[in-house]
Design a protein around this ligand. Structure first.
Ligand code: CS2
Ligand code: MG
Length: 404
């Protein structure tokens, strides 16, 4: 017994970047934490939980995790979408944390136990030109990574999303509105194969290389790029085309044997059912926080496994240490989670969130502390007030808005 849900509180703070966390307290005095961070839309999720969900949860048995998920998803008229699913995800993660703590076990034990000893991690390396990229990849490899995502500048463009111009890189920029960046798909397509081939030449065959196209291509461009990179032997090529139209990936898939990953913007199984059922992708990228929590992502992972699709969950800085811990507990307990993105967080984040997961020799482990193993310092959080921050908007050279 974990008692009843007595309090549902929302904590918004900004230690280095914005985070929204949910704290659920049971009548037995056990606390569970969930992550409700949605980059650039943080306050919408905070209000959804605070104004619409919190009061409906008070008094419910705290140990009915699945029933609470069903109640919030199937029991509500309006379903799906990032705000709704992140809100449900945060409550679900908090309940898993609370129940595992009440039983004194790590969350992965409640999920059936570890299916392997550790989880392969990948992180980001960036450089505006090839020498800078090579330096960044070498340093990242030196730090122990066996899998590295490589992003680079494009001649003729001043900025490229995901490419650091300074040491600490945070894709969401502070301010009242998104920055606007120019984007040129043709210039990118001419440049990318040369850079990635030269990088493979430099690193040799063993290192896993990944690359992210951020949904900027049409299916024909995507097929051409993926085919031209076959010799580079990428671990995956990510987010080639806008993710809404699942059927369009059929032509890309038929044209190439480069492994494809997609899904960081998906929020429910309905966003990827065709992709999984037809095995149009090799890796599903949904995040535990944006994808309805541990309970729903587990459904997605199991459906993916039936179709021999693996997972490589989203793990940039906007996945807070709470969701990162949840992803690792679920990942350790799920046989088809092949790799975990691990971008890390700004230094100040550690003043508020103290996670128990560890990175050793290129692999991650969630730790064996009860629950998710993340401590939250609410007094420290009060020092870091929310400040609006947005991902940039991209425009083509003629000034039109282009895809994310
Ligand atoms: C990226 C992220 O981690 C990734 O693969 O695509 O930088 C992503 O764009 C941001 O997390 C969006 O919030
Ligand atoms: Mg991505």
């Amino acid at each position: 017994m974990s008692g009843q849900i007595e309090k549902v509180e929302v904590l918004v703070c900004s230690p280095g970047r914005n985070y929204v966390s949910v704290k659920i307290t049971s009548s037995d005095g056990v606390v569970g934490w969930g992550d409700a961070t949605l980059n650039g839309r943080e306050l919408a999720v905070a209000a959804y939980i605070r104004d619409h969900l919190a009061s409906t949860l008070i008094g419910r048995p705290a140990d009915r995790i699945e029933d609470t998920w069903q109640y919030l998803y199937r029991g509500a008229y309006w379903r799906r979408g990032p705000v709704t699913m992140t809100a449900i995800g945060a409550i679900d993660i908090a309940l898993w944390d609370l129940n595992a703590k009440a039983l004194g076990v790590p969350v992965h034990r409640l999920l059936g136990g570890a299916t392997r000893n550790r989880i392969l991690a990948y992180t980001h390396a960036t450089g505006w030109d090839l020498p800078a990229l090579i330096d960044s990849v070498d340093a990242t490899r030196e730090a122990g990574y066996r899998a590295i995502r490589a992003q680079f500048g494009v001649p003729g463009l001043e900025t490229v999303y995901g490419v650091s111009q300074s040491a600490a890189y945070e894709p969401a920029g502070r301010g009242a509105r998104p920055a606007e960046e120019l984007w040129d798909t043709h210039a990118y397509l001419r440049h990318a194969p040369k850079v990635l081939s030269a990088l493979r030449e430099h690193v040799g065959p063993d290192l896993h290389l990944l690359h992210d196209a951020h949904h900027r291509l049409d299916p024909t461009q995507a097929a051409r790029l993926a085919r031209s990179l076959e010799e580079v032997d990428l671990f995956w090529l990510e987010d080639l085309i806008p993710a809404e139209n699942q059927e369009l990936l059929r032509s890309v898939r038929a044209a190439t044997v480069t492994p494809l990953a997609i899904g960081e913007v998906f929020t429910s199984i309905w966003d990827c059912r065709i992709l999984l059922a037809e095995r149009l992708i090799d890796f599903i990228r949904m995040a535990v926080s944006h994808g309805g929590g541990i309970s729903h992502l587990r459904t997605v992972l199991n459906y993916a496994a039936v179709h021999q699709v693996k997972a490589g969950p989203h793990g940039p800085s906007d996945i807070s240490p709470i969701a990162m811990a949840a992803s690792l507990h679920l990942g350790l307990a799920s046989p088809n989670v092949a790799i975990q993105e691990y971008m890390g967080h700004p230094a100040e984040t550690a003043e508020v969130f103290s996670p128990g997961y560890t990175f050793t020799d290129g692999y991650l482990h969630p730790g064996d502390a009860p629950g998710l193993g993340v401590e939250v310092d609410e007094t420290a959080a009060a020092r870091f007030e929310y400040e609006g921050a947005y991902l940039p908007t991209a425009r083509t050279l003629d000034g039109g808005v282009t895809d994310w």
